[in-house]
Design a protein around this ligand. Structure first.
Ligand SMILES: Nc1ncnc2c1ncn2[C@@H]1O[C@H](COP(=O)(O)OP(=O)(O)OP(=O)(O)O)[C@@H](O)[C@H]1O
Ligand SMILES: [Mg+2]
Length: 471
């Protein structure tokens, strides 16, 4: 399972992140090391393996500089189960709200999804064959060879079929027709034709518990158990062959997958490669300047205390089984504008030994962010307009000006990092987006020049009151 090829080296990880995130090398290097260390640990042969725990990371940086983006891309690179949670959404155990253990349950849910997708890929060819047979049966039902049936039970001494014996030729004809249609099916010639299929109906018993005397996990178990006990409801539907393929594929591949195996693998995956990203950790830190012993601070500390065992390593019960959190990698992030990392309770600070600071973005960063990432905003708008047959082109000095304006508004009004580029770009292009295709017809070409940018944005960016609202 731990094949070297699938696991990127730290440099490869950083190169992968570079495709989406500009700058922030320090953060990238540290997450790359943490990720590679998981693989290293799994390949440690001795008892030392159990001793090596991940070095959790605390990312510190102003809003919109790429904290969440790094974590999100990291999970993609790692092909690992990943959840992102907001620390401020949790409440201390005993209060109404989400308890911190739910993040681990979500992680396992993700892992199950991941493993299921992989397994589905494994059984794909087999499932597709079965689906083809089902569709073929619906199109040209096979003729049962009754002669064969009777001859296989000669003890009866007489034919059980009452005059439905088919002449050989009919059976042959039926077979030939089926084969002809099988070819047509394979060539996708019949996709629009409608057929009747039998599908499993939704069998959720919809159990409701009054009084909340039961926790989330037992509730889910109960529902699963009940839906397994009730007879499967089936339903006939008329759909096109194209749709039938999709519906039947889901059903048939599910039948071919061993869910117990999926659960076991998923738990292992979550335990050994899972990544939990805890955003807004600074929101549960109580800033020392305001610690007058207020109620809010007490409950925040409660959340931190609840986080401790999970981050340090404990067993969490999920509906798929018990998950050990010892080796899950936790990445926490926060802007820490008001509260400081030192305002977190000391035990929690210790659980996040690696601190990385993300730098504020400069105008030059903005120029790159606008153009270079695979999902760069300029490319996104290009793609949107291309869908209408309209091409969009940017002059280099227009990009410079855009970055300049975004940077200026960030310094003068409020620093929201690269998110500013979204508002600036949408304001720049909104009118075009509205006019296509009614006024601006397909095949047109829109060129974003420096003059255009200035005309659309400069007056706004100079007027502080206006930019407060619009940009
Ligand atoms: N360094 C960067 N390179 C490329 N894109 C970036 C960078 N920083 C931010 N962005 C873009 O800006 C947007 C916001 O970034 P992100 O969600 O990572 O912010 P954040 O640091 O998590 O902020 P917050 O503290 O508000 O959660 C994303 O759309 C992301 O693509
Ligand atoms: Mg974020």
């Amino acid at each position: 399972m731990l094949d070297n090829k699938e696991y990127l080296t730290p440099r490869q990880i950083v190169a992968e992140l570079d495709k989406y995130i500009i700058g922030q090398q320090d953060a990238k290097r540290n997450v790359a090391i943490a990720l590679r260390n998981r693989w290293r640990r799994m390949n440690v042969k001795s008892d030392m393996q159990r001793e090596i725990v991940p070095n959790n990371i605390l990312m510190i940086g102003a809003t919109g500089v790429g904290k969440t983006e790094i974590a999100r891309r990291l999970a993609k690179v790692a092909n690992a189960p990943f959840v992102k949670v907001e620390a401020s959404k949790f409440t201390e155990v005993g209060y109404v709200g989400r308890d911190v253990e739910s993040m681990i349950r979500d992680l396992v849910e993700q892992a199950v999804k991941l493993v299921k997708t992989e397994k589905k890929e494994e059984v794909k060819i087999k499932a597709e064959q079965i689906v083809e047979d089902i569709i073929l049966d619906a199109l040209i039902p096979p003729i049962k060879n009754k002669n064969h049936q009777t001859s296989s039970s000669p003890s009866l001494g007489y034919s059980t079929s009452s005059g439905s014996d088919m002449p050989e030729s009919d059976i042959e004809l039926n077979e030939r027709t089926r084969e002809r249609f099988r070819v047509k099916l394979k060539n996708g010639e019949l996709e629009d034709r409608k057929i009747d299929i039998v599908v499993e109906g939704n069998n959720n018993p919809g159990v409701g518990v009054v009084g909340g005397a039961i926790d989330e996990v037992s509730m889910m178990n109960l529902q699963e158990m009940l839906s397994g006990m009730l007879p499967k409801r089936t339903k006939k539907r008329k759909v096109t062959i194209e749709e039938a393929r999709k519906i039947l594929f889901e059903e048939e591949s599910a039948k071919l997958i061993d869910m117990d195996e999926v659960k076991d693998i998923a738990i292992q995956r979550a335990e050994n490669t899972g990544i939990v990203f805890i955003d807004e950790i600074d929101k549960v830190a109580s800033s020392s300047s305001r610690s007058g012993g207020g109620g809010a601070d007490v409950s925040r500390e409660g959340v931190q205390r609840d986080l401790l065992p999970i981050v340090e390593g404990s067993a969490v019960t999920t509906k798929h089984g018990i998950v050990n959190t010892d080796h899950i990698l936790f990445v926490a992030a926060g802007a820490f504008h008001v509260a400081k990392p030192s305002d977190l309770i000391p035990e929690l600070q210790g659980r996040f030994p690696i601190r990385v600071e993300l730098s504020s973005l400069t105008k030059d960063d903005f120029v790159k962010i606008l153009q270079e990432p695979k999902n760069a905003l300029t490319k996104q708008y290009e793609a949107l307009l291309a869908a209408e047959g309209v091409s969009l082109e940017y002059h280099p000095d227009a990009i410079e000006t855009l970055a300049e304006i975004a940077y200026q508004i960030n310094t003068e009004v409020e620093n929201i990092g690269a998110r500013r580029l979204h508002t600036v770009m949408s304001h720049l292009l909104n009118e075009f987006l509205f006019d296509v295709p009614d006024v601006i017809s397909p095949n047109a070409k829109i060129v974003v020049t420096k003059e255009l940018v200035e005309q659309k944005l400069s007056s706004l960016s100079k007027n502080k009151d206006l930019s407060h609202y619009i940009l």
